[in-house]
Design a protein around this ligand. Structure first.
Ligand code: ZN
Length: 409
C-alpha cells in the first residue's frame, strides 16, 4: 500500500494543518517531497473545510465564508522538477472516508456567491447525497441514483512570481470595471482568511496579501472542475517553480458538466492516490500552455440521453450574438422545466443537473446570430421512464420531500 504523505483530521480546523493552504503563491514551502516515479496518497478536506453539515438546513450554505476556500492539500515537491518541465500525474484512485460517506450540493445565495442560474435560484438551498459504494442518492431528490465519476475539482502546480503577478493584474483590472457587482466579477487577494501552509512571519504576511485566490481555473489548471479528469486519468501539468509544488482538493463524487450549481458538484472529503513523473523541458517540446490530459479507461456507462438544445436568446427574448454562456443556460432551463412535469421541484431538477453525469456540449458557434449548446441528460439515472410518449409524463414524484431552502436574512 502506498504511503499516506498528507493526513487530515476532519474534526480539526484545516487552519491548524500546515500541509494545507488556500491561496496560490510560489513562496509556500513544499509540505512534503517525493521522487519521480513514486506513488503516494494524499487526504483532502472538502473544499469548504467542513463548513457544510450533513443536515436538512441550508443556512450553512447561505452563511458560508467563501474567502476561506479552497482548502488544498500540498504543495507536493517533486525532486528534480524545474520550470519548463511537464509534471505527469496519474490519478491511480480516489476514495471516500469510512466515517464520512456523504457529500453535498448547494446553490449559493445570490448575495453570497451566486451561481450559473442565480437569477432563477437567488436563495441558498442544499441537498445531501449518500454514498453507497460507487453509487449515490439523495434524501432530498427522490427516484434518482447514479454511479460516481469521482474526480478532483482542483489540481495544479504553484505559479511562478511572474505568473502570479500576471493573474493578479488581469483579474484586478476586470474586478475594477464593476467593483460593486454582486456576486463580484473576480475574486481578488484577501489576506485575512489566507492559509499559507508552513509560511511564517513577515514572509507569510507578504505572501498572504498577494496570494491568488483559488476560485478560477488558470494556466496551471487549478479549479477546472472537469468531471472527466477522473480516477484513472493521466494529466500533464506545466511546471513553473523548482520542485513543481503540486496541490489538489475540492474532491467531487460526481458532477454535471459546467458545475452549474457552483456549491458545487457532490462535494466530499476523501483521499487521492497519485503517481508523478517528469518530462524534462516538456512545455517547450509539446507547446503546452494549459494542462492536457488523457481520460480514464473506466467511466460510468450511460449511453442513452435526452438532449436539450439551447440558443443564445435569453429569458426575455433578447437576441445575443453567438453567446455560448446564454445558450447553455437556456439548455439547462429547458431541462429543468421538462423535469418539473414529472413532479420534481425546480430546485430538485437543478440539483440533478449539477450532480449527475450530465454532459454539456458546444454544438454550434458559427450560425449567426445563435450559438447552440446542448445538455445531455442520462435517462438511466431515473427510476422511472423520463422519455416523452403519447400518454404524457407520469407524476413520479409526489412533492413530499424538498430541497431545504434558507431564505436570505
Ligand atoms: Zn467543488
Amino acid at each position: 500500500m502506498a504511503e499516506t504523505i498528507i493526513k487530515i483530521d476532519l474534526k480539526q480546523s484545516p487552519y491548524e494543518n500546515e500541509k494545507i493552504h488556500n491561496r496560490w503563491h510560489p513562496d509556500i514551502p513544499m509540505a512534503v517531497t517525493v521522487k519521480p516515479g513514486s506513488d503516494f496518497i494524499i487526504e483532502c478536506y472538502d473544499w469548504t473545510g467542513g463548513q457544510i453539515k450533513n443536515d436538512d438546513d441550508a443556512s450553512d450554505v447561505r452563511d458560508v465564508d467563501l474567502s476561506q476556500v479552497h482548502f488544498l492539500s500540498g504543495p507536493v515537491g517533486v525532486e528534480g522538477a524545474e520550470p519548463g518541465d511537464l509534471l505527469e500525474v496519474d490519478i491511480l484512485d480516489i476514495g471516500t472516508f469510512a466515517e464520512s460517506l456523504w457529500g453535498f450540493n448547494g446553490f449559493f445565495s445570490k448575495k453570497n456567491g451566486g451561481g450559473f442560474l442565480t437569477e432563477h435560484f437567488p436563495e441558498a438551498q442544499k441537498s445531501i447525497w449518500d454514498f453507497n459504494g460507487m453509487f449515490t442518492k439523495s434524501r432530498h431528490v427522490p427516484k434518482v441514483e447514479f454511479a460516481g465519476l469521482i474526480h478532483p475539482g482542483l489540481i495544479g502546480c504553484l505559479p511562478s512570481k511572474e505568473l502570479l503577478d500576471e493573474w493578479n493584474k488581469r483579474e484586478k483590472a476586470l474586478y475594477d470595471t464593476a467593483p460593486e457587482s454582486v456576486p463580484p466579477l473576480a475574486t481578488i487577494p484577501y489576506a485575512e482568511t489566507a492559509h499559507m501552509g508552513q509560511l511564517k512571519g513577515e514572509e507569510r504576511a507578504k505572501a498572504a496579501a498577494e496570494g491568488a485566490r483559488t476560485v478560477p481555473p488558470r494556466e496551471h489548471g487549478g479549479n477546472c472542475d472537469i468531471k472527466d479528469l477522473s480516477r484513472g486519468s493521466k494529466i500533464y501539468f506545466p511546471v513553473y517553480v523548482k520542485g513543481a509544488g503540486l496541490s489538489m482538493g475540492d474532491l467531487h463524487f460526481s458532477q454535471g458538466d459546467g458545475e452549474i450549481t457552483f456549491c458545487g458538484a457532490i462535494e466530499m472529503a476523501g483521499w487521492i492516490h497519485l503517481r508523478v513523473n517528469l518530462i524534462k523541458d516538456g512545455v517547450k517540446k509539446y507547446g503546452i500552455k494549459n494542462p492536457i490530459f488523457k481520460p480514464s479507461p473506466i467511466a460510468p456507462k450511460y449511453d442513452d440521453y435526452l438532449i436539450f438544445e439551447g440558443i443564445s436568446v435569453d429569458e426575455k427574448g433578447k437576441q445575443h450574438y453567438l453567446d455560448v454562456h446564454i445558450a447553455y443556460r437556456q439548455a439547462c432551463l429547458n431541462a429543468i422545466e421538462y423535469l418539473t412535469k414529472f413532479g420534481y421541484s425546480k430546485a430538485q431538477a437543478y440539483a440533478i443537473l449539477g450532480t449527475a453525469p450530465v454532459q454539456g456540449h458546444i454544438s454550434g458557434v458559427v450560425d449567426i446570430p445563435n450559438a447552440c449548446a446542448t445538455l445531455w441528460l442520462p435517462t438511466d439515472i431515473f427510476e422511472f421512464d423520463v422519455k416523452p410518449n403519447a400518454n404524457g409524463p407520469t407524476k413520479a414524484i409526489d412533492g413530499s420531500v424538498q430541497v431545504p431552502l434558507a431564505p436570505d436574512l
